[in-house]
Design a binder for this molecule. Structure first.
Ligand SMILES: NC(=O)c1ccc[n+]([C@@H]2O[C@H](COP(=O)([O-])OP(=O)(O)OC[C@H]3O[C@@H](n4cnc5c(N)ncnc54)[C@H](OP(=O)(O)O)[C@@H]3O)[C@@H](O)[C@H]2O)c1
Length: 229
């Protein structure tokens, strides 16, 4: 399997590179020119394509011949980066390729997610402050996901909870809607978020799903497992 990892130099991206190499996949990584050195530890084992992730030519070159594409959709700045990246991947990935995108719990596919008041307040504040500072463009992440949800490709949008560092605890568990009890702990190790993304490439049951994930050893995940036994 040949996979392209877009946003490979970030924290999530680097973990995804490692998981993909562990599985014996051939890896092509895309990141900004100034971040290429962040991938030094992989440089003899992967192909790196430097460039802006919403540069359509860069994406066209990077995804050529790839069976799977993993994309991190969280750029800093307000240049319609997320939707530009997502659109380029949707347009140029080879037909039948598995496309797995990452985002946060704030993305909703069907409007059935139930958010706490504190989550909603935080999101609203991040939206306003992010825009004022020119730092983040949450509406563009929503637009990117709308385009993915409406596409005919073999997509999966993985919605990550709050993240923490630490050793792997295993493959996260997931549910379709925020508010489902299994997700209550709202915590996933970043290395396991990456594990879920890479595992999704070979899991056809996740095609056209937007799984919201949580660590498999968190209290809410364990309580759910106990109930179902
Ligand atoms: N952090 C959280 O608590 C949290 C919670 C839920 C979900 N998530 C999801 O987790 C994913 C990544 O999280 P992370 O914490 O691993 O992020 P991260 O390490 O900050 O990675 C962000 C990636 O985006 C790239 N990037 C940032 N600004 C860019 C720009 N202007 N142009 C091009 N590329 C740019 C970075 O590239 P450079 O290396 O070049 O900077 C890096 O590859 C996202 O999909 C996010 O929605 C995060």
């Amino acid at each position: 399997m040949k996979v392209c990892i877009i946003g490979a130099s970030g924290k999530l991206g680097s973990y995804m590179v490692q998981h993909a190499l562990d599985r014996g996949y051939e890896v092509v990584g895309v990141c900004r020119k100034r971040s290429v050195s962040k991938l030094d530890k992989f440089k003899d084992r992967i192909t790196i394509i430097p460039g802006a992730t919403n540069d359509r030519q860069v994406i066209q070159q990077a995804v050529a011949g790839c069976d799977g594409v993993l994309s991190v959709l969280v750029p800093w700045g307000i240049q319609k980066y997320s939707s530009g990246t997502a659109q380029a991947v949707l347009d140029y990935a080879q037909p039948g390729a598995r496309l797995v995108f990452s985002c946060g719990w704030h993305i909703t596919r069907d409007g059935q997610d139930v958010y706490t008041n504190s989550f909603k307040a935080l999101l609203k504040a991040s939206n306003v402050i992010g825009k004022l500072l020119g730092a983040v463009e949450i509406e563009d992440q929503e637009e990117a996901c709308r385009r993915i949800f409406n596409s005919q490709t073999k997509w999966t949008v993985v919605r990550g909870s709050d993240l923490e560092e630490g050793e792997s605890q295993g493959l996260p568990v997931w549910s379709r809607h925020i508010g489902d009890p299994i997700l209550k702990s709202n915590k996933t190790r970043r290395v396991d978020f990456a594990l879920f993304m890479v595992a999704a490439l070979a899991d056809d049951s996740l095609i056209h799903e937007a799984p919201a994930i949580v660590g498999c050893t968190t209290p809410s995940a364990l309580a759910h497992r106990k109930q179902s036994n």
